[in-house]
Design a protein around this ligand. Structure first.
Ligand SMILES: Nc1nc2c(c(=O)[nH]1)N[C@H]1C(S)=C(S)[C@@H](COP(=O)(O)OP(=O)(O)OC[C@H]3O[C@@H](n4cnc5c(=O)[nH]c(N)nc54)[C@H](O)[C@@H]3O)O[C@H]1N2
Ligand SMILES: Nc1nc2c(c(=O)[nH]1)N[C@H]1C(S)=C(S)[C@@H](COP(=O)(O)OP(=O)(O)OC[C@H]3O[C@@H](n4cnc5c(=O)[nH]c(N)nc54)[C@H](O)[C@@H]3O)O[C@H]1N2
Ligand code: SF4
Ligand SMILES: [Mo]
Length: 734
C-alpha cells in the first residue's frame, strides 16, 4: 500500500502527477501557464507581498522575472531580493534526496520509503514510550498557508500531538497578542494606501528602507508632504530619510508612548467619538498621571520639549496620523504593552478606521499573516480558538474529522518547547522551513539541547543549513518557485504563488511531504480531501465562514489573480463589481471591534526594567536587526545569489560610535572581541555615527550573533527580546 502510494507520489515521473493540478514539481507545466509564457507569483521573502511576473521558456520553466506593473502592492517595483528570487533554486547545496544519519554519524542519502519509514517508526516509538508531550514541531511564516495548515492539522488531528510553534513567535507573536487583547481578534487594520494618505507617518522600530524597501517607496509616493517620524535608537537609513528622528534609549518606547498619551489627555486633545468605542479610558487616564514628559525624560533619553512637540503632532485633529511598527517593538520584554500603547494612542486620538491612520503592525515574512490564521499552532485553524467547544465542532465538521481529535489545550510556546527539550521532556523535534540553530536567541544553548534530543528531523531546501547539519533525518523540500499556494501580506492581501521550476532530484513540495507522512503514519484517510494546494485552500476558505477573516467569497486561485489579490475579509456576496474599492480596504471604519461588547480595550501596565542593562563588566548595549536589503535572515537563500552577495558585506561586522571606537583604540576593519554572559565572538569594526554612544549594532544575518543574545521574553506573547543585551568589547590582541 505504502509502496504504491510512494511510487505515485515521489516519482519517477508518473502520469497521475502530471495531471494533478498544482502538483507539477515533477511533471510538466500546465497549459494554463503556456499561452502568455508568463506566470505571476508573490515574492517569497518579505511580507510586503510584491507580485513578480515570471517569464517562462517553451517548456514552461522560469527563465527570468520582472516586477508586475499593475499589482496594487508593488506597482511595478521590486527590491534586489525579489529581482534575484530565482537564484537560490540552482544552488549545488540543495537537498536533492532524503539524508539519514548512519551509525558512523554521517548524513547519507537514502530513498523516500526509508526516510518515511524512519520518520514514522522513530516518532511513534518516542510517543509510545514518553507520551503525547514528547514530540514537537517548529515551523515557519515562509511557506504557503495550505502547507502550514496541512502540517498543523496533520500533527494535531492526525498524529495526535499537541506542542508546536513557528518562527512567527520570534517575529509577530507580540502584534498578534496585542491585537487579540485590544480588538478581540488578530486584525491588523491597514491597507498600504494609508502610507500615501497620511499627513503624519510614525515608524516605531521599523527600518523600512532595509526591511521593506517597497513599502518605503509607497511612503515616497505620498503627495501630502507628510511628516515622517522615525523612533529608533539608531539613525537608520529610514531615520536619515525621515523628517524627524527620535533617537530614543533602547526600550524607552513604552515610557515615551505613555508620556505622549499623558500630554494628549492633559490637553484635552482626545477624540470623543472614538473614545465612545473604547473601554477603560478612565483607568488609563488615571494611570497616566505619573507619566509626565518630565518624569519620562530619563527613561526615554528625550527632552520634555521633544516629547511635548511629538504629542502635539500625533494628536493634531486636522491631520491623519498613521503609526507603523515592526521588530523594534515586537522583540521586547514588554512588546505587547508597547504595541498596545500605540493602539491606545490611535484610539484616543481617533486615528483608526479612516484613510491615512491606524495602529499598523508591519509583518516580516511573506506568509506570517497566513500562519496567524491557518497554521493551527497558537490558534485553531481558520481564526478559531482551541478552548472554544463550538469552534472545535465547526472545524471538525468542516474538515470531516472526529471532534475528539481536536485538542482543547494550547501548545507550549517556542521557548517552552526548547526548554522542555533541554530538560529531556521533549525527545523528538521536527523543524520545517526555519533555521533555529542560527536564528534562535542565545543559540549556543541549542548545541546542548541537540545532544538531549533522541530524534531531530529538519525539512529544508538545503542540506547545509546550521539546523540541517545537526539533524538525524533531512527531508528535501522544494522551495518558492517550485510549488503552488497562497501567501497573505501585511495588509491582509491573499496572493498566489506558482510552480515555475522543477524541484531538483527527489525534493518534494512541503505539501506533498506532509501528505506522504500522513499516509505513512496511517492517518492519510483523514486528509483525503487535501489532494493538492487549491483543494486545501477551498477547505480552509470554507472554515473561515462568519469569522472576522471570512474569505468565503473567493471562488478559486484564478479569482485571486484576476482581482489583483484579495484582502480579508471577503465574505460570500462581496461585490466583485466594485473591485476598485475592494482593492484597498482598511478595518474598523464602523468603529465596531470583535470583543463581546464591540468596544476596543485600552490596556496598559507600568514599564519594566531592561532585562539585562549594561553594567561595569558589560558596558555596551547590543542591538541586532536587518543589515541590508539584499540579505535575508540566516542567508540560506540570499547567500546563494552571486548578485546579492556583491551587495552586502561577506563577513560579520560591528557598528560602533566614533567616540567609543576612539576609547577602545580601534578603527574601521580592526577585529574586536565581543563578549556577553552567553558567548564570545569576533567581528570587524565599522565605525558609524548612526549608533549612539554606549550602543553597538550587529546584523542578525551572521551565525555568530545569537551566541550573544539574552533569553528574555515578553510575558504575554513569549516573543524573544533580540534587540537589547549587555556586551563587553575588547580589541583583539596580536
Ligand atoms: N532585507 C531584509 N528584509 C527583511 C528581512 C530580512 O532578513 N532582510 N526580514 C523580514 C522579517 S521576518 C522581519 S520581522 C522584518 C523586520 O523588519 P524591521 O523590524 O524593520 O527590522 P529590524 O532591523 O529587525 O528592526 C528594526 C529596528 O528596530 C530598532 N530597535 C532596536 N531596539 C529598539 C527599541 O528599543 N525601540 C525602537 N523603537 N527600535 C528599536 C533597530 O535599531 C532597527 O533599526 O523584516 C523583513 N524584511
Ligand atoms: N539576533 C536576532 N535574531 C533574530 C532576529 C533579530 O532581529 N535579531 N529576528 C528574528 C526574526 S523576526 C525571524 S522571522 C527569524 C527568522 O529565522 P529563520 O526562520 O531561522 O531564518 P531563515 O533563514 O528565513 O530560515 C528559513 C529556513 O527555511 C528554508 N526554506 C526556505 N523555503 C523553504 C520551503 O519552501 N520549504 C522548506 N521546507 N524550507 C524552506 C531556508 O533554507 C532556511 O533554512 O529570525 C529571528 N532571529
Ligand atoms: S520588498 Fe519584499 S516582497 Fe517586495 S521584492 Fe523585496 S523582498 Fe520581495
Ligand atoms: Mo521576522
Amino acid at each position: 500500500m505504502l509502496t504504491r502510494f510512494l511510487k505515485q507520489h515521489t516519482g519517477p515521473l508518473t502520469r497521475d502527477l502530471v495531471q494533478e493540478p498544482g502538483h507539477f514539481g515533477l511533471g510538466k507545466i500546465p497549459s494554463r501557464l503556456m499561452p502568455s509564457s508568463a506566470a505571476t507569483s508573490i515574492c517569497g521573502y518579505c511580507a510586503t507581498g510584491c507580485q513578480l511576473k515570471i517569464h517562462l521558456d517553451e517548456n514552461g520553466e522560469a527563465i527570468n522575472l520582472s516586477p508586475q506593473a499593475g499589482y496594487p502592492v508593488n506597482l511595478g517595483m521590486a527590491c534586489p531580493k525579489g529581482w534575484q528570487a530565482l537564484d537560490p533554486l540552482d544552488s549545488p547545496d540543495r537537498a536533492t534526496a532524503p539524508l539519514l544519519r548512519d551509525a558512523a554519524g554521517n548524513l547519507v542519502e537514502t530513498d523516500w520509503a526509508t526516510a518515511l519509514d524512519t520518520f514514522t517508526t522513530r516518532l511513534k516509538g518516542i510517543r509510545e514510550k514518553h507520551g503525547r508531550d514528547s514530540v514537537a514541531f517548529l515551523s515557519t511564516g515562509q511557506i504557503p498557508f495550505e502547507e502550514m495548515s496541512l502540517l498543523g492539522c496533520l500533527f494535531k488531528f492526525g498524529m495526535g500531538f499537541l506542542h508546536c510553534d513557528a518562527n512567527t513567535r520570534q517575529c509577530m507573536a507580540t502584534a498578534v497578542t496585542a491585537y487579540k487583547q485590544s480588538f478581540g481578534f488578530d486584525a491588523p487594520p491597514a491597507t498600504y494606501a494609508d502610507f500615501e494618505e497620511s499627513d503624519v507617518i510614525v515608524l516605531v522600530g521599523a527600518n523600512l528602507c532595509i526591511a521593506h524597501p517597497i513599502l518605503w517607496q509607497r511612503v515616497m509616493r505620498n503627495q501630502r508632504n507628510p511628516d515622517i517620524i522615525v523612533i529608533d535608537p539608531r539613525a537608520t537609513e529610514t531615520a536619515q530619510a525621515a523628517t524627524r528622528h527620535i533617537a530614543l534609549k533602547p526600550k524607552g518606547d513604552l515610557a515615551l508612548l505613555y508620556a505622549l498619551a499623558h500630554c494628549i489627555i492633559r490637553d484635552g486633545r482626545v477624540d470623543e467619538k472614538s473614545l465612545a468605542n473604547t473601554e477603560g479610558f478612565a483607568e488609563f487616564a488615571g494611570f497616566l498621571k505619573d507619566y509626565s514628559p518630565a518624569a519620562m525624560a530619563g527613561r526615554t533619553g528625550q527632552t520634555v520639549e521633544t516629547i511635548e512637540a511629538l504629542a502635539r503632532t500625533v494628536s493634531d485633529p486636522d491631520k491623519r496620523v498613521s503609526w507603523w511598527w515592526t521588530m523594534g517593538v515586537n522583540q521586547s520584554h514588554e512588546g505587547v504593552r508597547t504595541a498596545q500603547a500605540i493602539i491606545n494612542l490611535c484610539l484616543i486620538t481617533g486615528n483608526i478606521g479612516k484613510p491615512g491612520t491606524g495602529p499598523n503592525s508591519i509583518t516580516g515574512q511573506c506568509n506570517a499573516m497566513g500562519s496567524r490564521l491557518f497554521s493551527n499552532t497558537t490558534s485553531l485553524v481558520g481564526g478559531h480558538d482551541f478552548s472554544n467547544a463550538a469552534h472545535r465542532e465547526k472545524v471538525a465538521q468542516g474538515l470531516g474529522i472526529p471532534v475528539e481529535n481536536i485538542p482543547s489545550e494550547y501548545s507550549m510556546a517556542y521557548d517552552e518547547i526548547l526548554a522542555a527539550a533541554e530538560s529531556g521532556k521533549i525527545k523528538g523535534l521536527w523543524i520545517v522551513a526555519t533555521n533555529p540553530f542560527h536564528s534562535w536567541i542565545n543559540s549556543g544553548r541549542l548545541a546542548a539541547l541537540r545532544e538531549k534530543l533522541e530524534f531531530l528531523v529538519v525539512q529544508d531546501m538545503y542540506r547545509t543549513t546550521e539546523s540541517a547539519q545537526v539533524a538525524d533525518l533531512v527531508l528535501p523540500a522544494a522551495g518558492w518557485g517550485e510549488k503552488d499556494g497562497c501567501f497573505i501580506n501585511s495588509e491582509r492581501r491573499i496572493g498566489t504563488l506558482k510552480a515555475v521550476r522543477r524541484a531538483p532530484g527527489l525534493a518534494l513540495s512541503d505539501f506533498r511531504i506532509f501528505r506522504l507522512i500522513a499516509h505513512s503514519w496511517g492517518c492519510g484517510d483523514l486528509f483525503s480531501e487535501w489532494t493538492h494546494p487549491e483543494a486545501a485552500f477551498k477547505l480552509l476558505r470554507d472554515l473561515t465562514k462568519d469569522r472576522p477573516c471570512d474569505i468565503t467569497g473567493i471562488e478559486d486561485y484564478a479569482m485571486i489573480d484576476r482581482l489583483g489579490g484579495v484582502q480579508w475579509p471577503f465574505p460570500k456576496g462581496s461585490e466583485v463589481s466594485q473591485v476598485a474599492n475592494l482593492q484597498s480596504r482598511r478595518l474598523f471604519e464602523d468603529g465596531v471591534f470583535h470583543t463581546p461588547d464591540k468596544k476596543a480595550r485600552l490596556l496598559f501596565s507600568p514599564p519594566a526594567d531592561l532585562p539585562e542593562p549594561p553594567d561595569f563588566e558589560f558596558p555596551y548595549t547590543l542591538l541586532t536587526g536587518r543589515g541590508t536589503s539584499s540579505q535575508w535572515h540566516t542567508q540560506t537563500r540570499t547567500g546563494k545569489s552571486d548578485i546579492l552577495r556583491k551587495l552586502y558585506p561577506e563577513h560579520i561586522y560591528l557598528e560602533i560610535h566614533p567616540a567609543d571606537a576612539r576609547k577602545l583604540g580601534v578603527k574601521d576593519g580592526d577585529v574586536v572581541n565581543i563578549r556577553s554572559r552567553r558567548g564570545d565572538i569576533e567581528a570587524a569594526v565599522y565605525v558609524a555615527p548612526t549608533v549612539q554612544r554606549g550602543q553597538v549594532f550587529m546584523p542578525m544575518h551572521y551565525r555568530q550573533v545569537n551566541q550573544l543574545t539574552h533569553s528574555a521574553f515578553d510575558p504575554h506573547s513569549r516573543q524573544p527580546n533580540y534587540k537589547a543585551c549587555a556586551v563587553a568589547i575588547t580589541r583583539k590582541k596580536g
